[in-house]
Design a protein around this ligand. Structure first.
Ligand code: FES
Length: 182
């Protein structure tokens, strides 16, 4: 596991986390280079589909960074994100993906060190979890029939009730008799 180099996709809101990442960079703070950071205007822009697609396309972990609660530049975007991430984590668990592979963190524009520390800790966690490997195609086994079996197969209808021949139908019409002497 020590050689495993995870792919981590990050989504950072423009106003806080992305600025914090910028500060970490300009201050030459060190953090693992596994993170590919995508700038979004607000963490509330995160659609669960972004997360599922990133995992499907090969991400081993996803880091989402937004403004601290109460600091969102769109008032309540990060509160919505928090609820959404809670639901997506449940969905991931249902799909057999460790919810720990998804991280939501709050980083302000002045917290370059907090950003570097959060990314370092998250990268180490993903390293421990190992590769998710969703983008490595599973081998497909094709069942190719033998040449003798190719043709129009007769359907097995043995479970159906036998259909009676025309002469086998019983008349269900009641028999009317005219009483004698009428
Ligand atoms: S603007 Fe940063 S989380 Fe909304």
């Amino acid at each position: 596991m020590g050689d495993f180099n995870p792919t981590i996709i990050g989504f950072a809101c423009n106003w806080c986390c992305y600025a914090g990442a910028d500060l970490a960079g300009t201050s030459r703070m060190k953090y693992p280079a596994n993170l590919r950071l995508i700038r979004i205007m607000c963490s509330g822009r995160i659609d669960p589909q972004f997360i599922l697609k990133a995992f499907k396309d090969g991400a081993d972990g996803i880091f989402i960074g937004g403004c601290h609660p109460g600091d969102c530049h769109y008032v309540s975007g990060n509160y919505k994100t928090e609820k959404r991430i809670f639901l997506v984590k449940g969905l991931l668990a249902g799909l057999g993906i460790e919810p720990e592979r998804l991280e939501l963190n709050w980083v302000s524009a002045s917290e370059g060190q907090r950003f570097a520390d959060a990314v370092t800790a998250f990268t180490e966690r993903i390293r421990q979890l190992g590769s998710l490997g969703l983008n490595s195609p599973a081998p497909v086994e094709l069942a190719i029939p033998a040449a003798a079996d190719v043709g129009s197969p007769k359907p097995d209808l043995s479970h159906l009730r036998a259909v009676p021949e025309a002469g086998q139908f019983e008349s269900r019409m009641p028999e009317f008799r005219v009483p004698d002497g009428a």
